[in-house]
Design a protein around this ligand. Structure first.
Ligand code: NAG
Ligand code: NAG
Ligand code: NAG
Ligand code: NAG
Length: 352
């Protein structure tokens, strides 16, 4: 099929989809960033042995424990870094869709009626693992799909976009920032300047391509992630990570806060409210800093098993509904609902 025919086809599907499914005047969505929004771009594993990046294609990921009622729901891991929904799914639900747009990698360049997800696990603006495109490279791909006609430019008229950059630029070397006890000190403020500049530059590129409404995450409290609370037996957040997140957020606010077509999603406050018992939903999470699924050793990860299927992680099966965090970096599906419920009102008024 030629690109032109393909995009006409897509346009028809879009109108159909909007009528049937969404009930709003937002017809589709395009999702960028990292594992908070990845719906299946992460690399699979040819060998059957999960890696840190491919782990979301293996159980116990994606088995929907929240709806567990004595038997599994026939679900299987879908490349989402959660027990069920990731942040972008919950946003899509708020906007009247069933779930977030499918992954680009699974799309064969075909533009799905609800849009496309380019977000990929591990992505940052600078730092990314080998197989992961940076935010800028994701926007390059999006631009190419538009220029080639695979995504019709008219689709942006009724689209909302989402950008999730959640710490991969900081996390792998978090101990090096402003740390005078190591030789390789990275000066924190100039680095945060660079990271936030790059987020803003890509938001501007999307606006130039025609994006009208863009949701952009601020930085969640990095020091509360189980990978950082583990050293304290998951009893308290670690202050260095939260300091970095706070500094990032104030720079991002300065640079994007006045952009009337951008809504910054204040994940920092929403996470902190759950963790500090500041929302009614806090009650349900008996375990606010300890993950549902944890590796046996600090360098391991949830889902790891060897070729003979020996597991190297522990899943807290007795309290599956009671954890805010799913693994060492990501909230549970229930955790995401509790976070996004706090932001739903501002998302809806921004969109209307
Ligand atoms: C500084 O780096 C060292 C070595 O990586 C680490 O043990 C220490 O916790 C770091 N300090 C801070 C404040 O991050
Ligand atoms: C920030 O970006 C500037 C300009 O590209 C570069 O010269 C500088 O080294 C960067 N600083 C850090 C800390 O990454
Ligand atoms: C964590 O818990 C273990 C076992 O209960 C205990 O031995 C250890 O001292 C605790 N560590 C901290 C930092 O509290
Ligand atoms: C945004 O607005 C605030 C106050 O209204 C102002 O101080 C700031 O300089 C503005 N930032 C930009 C990037 O225009």
């Amino acid at each position: 099929m030629s690109p032109t025919i393909l995009s006409v086809f897509c346009l028809l599907l879009v109108l159909q989809a909007a009528r049937v499914e969404s009930g709003t005047n937002w017809y589709n969505m395009f999702m960028f960033g990292d594992s908070f929004a990845d719906t299946g771009n992460s690399p699979g594993s040819g060998t059957g042995v999960p890696t840190r990046l491919s782990r979301a294609w293996f159980d116990p990921y994606g088995l929907n424990y929240e709806d567990y009622n004595g038997h599994w729901q026939g679900l299987s891991p879908s490349g989402r870094f959660s027990d069920f929904m990731v942040q972008s799914d919950v946003i899509a639900k708020i906007m009247g869709f069933h779930e977030a747009a499918p992954a680009y990698k699974q799309s064969n360049n075909f533009c799905h009626p609800y849009g496309m997800t380019l977000a990929t696990v591990g992505a940052g603006v600078f730092y990314t693992p080998d197989e992961t495109p940076t935010l800028g490279e994701q926007v390059d791909t999006f631009k190419r799909l538009m220029y080639d006609g695979f995504i019709s430019s008219t689709r942006l008229d009724g689209a909302f976009l989402f950008v999730a950059i959640s710490g991969n630029d900081y996390i792998p070397k978090i101990n090096l920032f402003g740390n005078t006890s190591t030789n390789s000190i990275i000066p924190l403020t100039p680095y945060i300047e660079n990271v936030t500049n790059e987020i803003v530059a890509n938001v501007h590129r999307l606006q130039k391509l025609g994006a009208q409404k863009i949701l952009v995450n601020n930085m969640h409290p990095l020091g509360c992630m189980p990978r950082h609370t583990r050293v304290n037996n998951h009893t308290r957040c670690e202050s260095h990570g939260n300091f970095i997140a706070t500094a990032h957020n104030s720079m991002l606010q300065q640079k994007l806060g006045n952009n009337s077509n951008v809504l910054i999603l204040d994940l920092y406050t929403a996470f902190t409210n759950v963790i500090n018992n500041q929302t009614p939903d806090s009650q349900r999470f008996t375990f606010k800093l300890a993950p549902s699924c944890e590796a046996n050793e600090p360098e391991g990860f949830c889902g790891y098993r060897d070729g003979s299927l020996h597991h190297f992680y522990v899943l807290d099966e007795d309290h599956l509904f009671k954890h805010f965090y799913w693994d060492d970096m990501h909230p549970t599906s229930a955790g995401w609902k509790a976070v996004m419920k706090q932001l739903e009102g501002s998302i809806k008024s921004f969109m209307s």
